[in-house]
Design a protein around this ligand. Structure first.
Ligand code: SF4
Length: 444
């Protein structure tokens, strides 16, 4: 009888690094002869790649695991594994309280996945495993991710973080910072070009502290920009204390490096930045923004902000509002402070009610939305090159979306599916956070 191919399904929560890791795990499973399932019902193995940055993200996963009970009743041979940050933070609790979970694997332990699966299928069917240990040398050399799209790829250039921002759990779950050799990264991107990829996003918790012998991040960006075949280079995430003028110059000098800078400020108040252990001041941040605007052609500037951090007074909040109005970001991701046990800030006394935090979040979002609209309207009438990603999420028939160099979403109508191609569009309108365009001319 023909042996049935095993199928896997991966659900991913959280940041781009998690999405990359899921593709890495898909690559490991592909080597083991697994195929990707079309749906949860169709799978022999479900993996949930988790995020612990906010309580809300963890709650969603815990609820999801409960919902998987039904699938396990229908298929008792189904295996369920938890990956990512929750695997480290809650490994014992997950095995104790969630009977659907067969195994837990931490972010540095994905190489062990084949061994864990072999044990589970070799008569240890009822066994449950947990392997969530730090390995501060693990950079997953020689493993090649199975990427979701054929045109835009995430490439991890480093793992871990040494910064210990006082609110952030990541350094406790992802271990210390380590960089991949530049030669290895360049070789991976050359392979991606051969496979038809046009865009890469270089990933790390703090890409600005990348280093490989004498090469820093600006050198790496320049090396990647020299590679024939790559059309667009993005990176995430940057830290204002480490972002160098040399990197801003590299962005300005290499047209393939997108004019898209995501630089999390977190607060506009020096008092709060100090409490957050961010190691820069408001004025340093504003100088970086000035440098980016003066050297890069109309950069798309994005940020992250936390409101309601413990000790945030009305004046501190107004300092953040003022910074947002001064910079006029193209977009801002505003979050309410979420206390994480084990971080330094968990000990700080909170001074705001949930309602007050929500009010600050809504107020700041309103201000930013008006600025985003104003910045987007400035593009109406211009021609922009977009990389078409596919159907628009809330698609009408024949409606597609793509991204500009500066990372703005453009929705357009087309009879052709240009997914994965660079196209020029004329911007005809701006609504909310979205631009609308008309295809003007193919460039590839
Ligand atoms: S830089 Fe700060 S916010 Fe970012 S992962 Fe590291 S500790 Fe967390």
């Amino acid at each position: 009888m023909e042996k049935k191919t095993k199928k896997y399904y991966i659900e991913t929560y959280g940041c781009q690094m998690n999405k990359y890791d899921s593709e890495l795990v898909a690559g490991i499973l592909g080597k083991q002869g697994f195929e990707e399932a079309n749906s949860l019902d169709d799978s022999d193995l479900i993996l949930v790649n988790t995020c612990s940055v906010r309580q809300h993200a963890e709650n969603r996963v815990l609820g999801r695991l409960d919902a998987f009970q039904q699938l396990k009743q229908k298929n008792p041979d189904l295996k369920i594994g938890v990956l990512g940050c929750m695997a480290i933070r809650l490994q014992d609790q997950l095995l104790r309280q969630k009977s659907v979970v067969n195994f837990v694997l931490g972010p540095d332990n994905y190489r062990s996945l084949p061994d864990v699966l072999a044990k589970l299928s070799n008569g240890e069917r009822q066994s449950r495993f947990s392997l969530a240990e730090f390995n501060n040398h693990e950079i997953y050399s020689e493993l090649y991710p199975n990427r979701a799209t054929g045109f835009s790829a995430w490439v991890a250039i480093m793992r871990g973080c040494n910064n210990f921002c006082s609110y952030c759990i990541v350094p406790y779950l992802r271990g210390r910072e380590r960089s991949r050799p530049a030669k290895e990264i360049v070789a991976e991107i050359e392979k991606l070009v051969d496979e038809g990829f046009l865009e890469v996003t270089l990933l790390g918790q703090n890409v600005n502290s990348y280093h490989d012998e004498n090469h820093d991040f600006a050198d790496l960006i320049a090396m990647v920009a020299e590679l024939p075949g790559i059309e667009r280079i993005r990176f995430a995430t940057s830290h204002p204390k480490d972002l160098s003028l040399k990197l801003i110059d590299a962005m300005a000098d290499h047209p393939k490096v997108c004019n898209h800078l995501h630089l999390p400020v977190q607060s506009g108040s020096d008092n709060i930045l100090r409490l957050m252990n961010r190691n820069y001041t408001r004025s340093h941040y504003l100088k970086l923004i000035d440098a980016a605007r003066s050297r890069i052609n109309n950069p798309g500037l994005y940020t992250d902000i936390i409101v309601g951090f413990p000790g945030e007074t009305e004046q501190d909040f107004q300092d953040t509002v003022d910074l947002v109005q001064r910079v006029e970001f193209d977009g801002a991701f505003v979050f309410k402070y979420s206390p994480r046990e084990g971080t330094a800030a968990y000990q700080y006394k909170e001074n705001l009610t949930e309602q007050e935090k929500v009010a600050r979040l809504q107020y700041l979002n309103q201000i930013q939305d008006a600025i985003t609209l104003k910045r987007n309207r400035e593009l109406v009438g211009q021609t922009q090159k977009i990389l078409v990603e596919g159907r628009s999420r809330k698609a009408k028939p024949n409606q597609y979306m793509g991204r500009t160099d500066s990372n703005k979403i453009v929705v357009f109508n087309s009879d052709n599916n240009y997914k994965g191609l660079l196209k020029e569009v004329q911007i005809i309108a701006a609504e909310g956070r979205t631009l609308f365009g008309e295809i003007s001319q193919g460039v590839r």
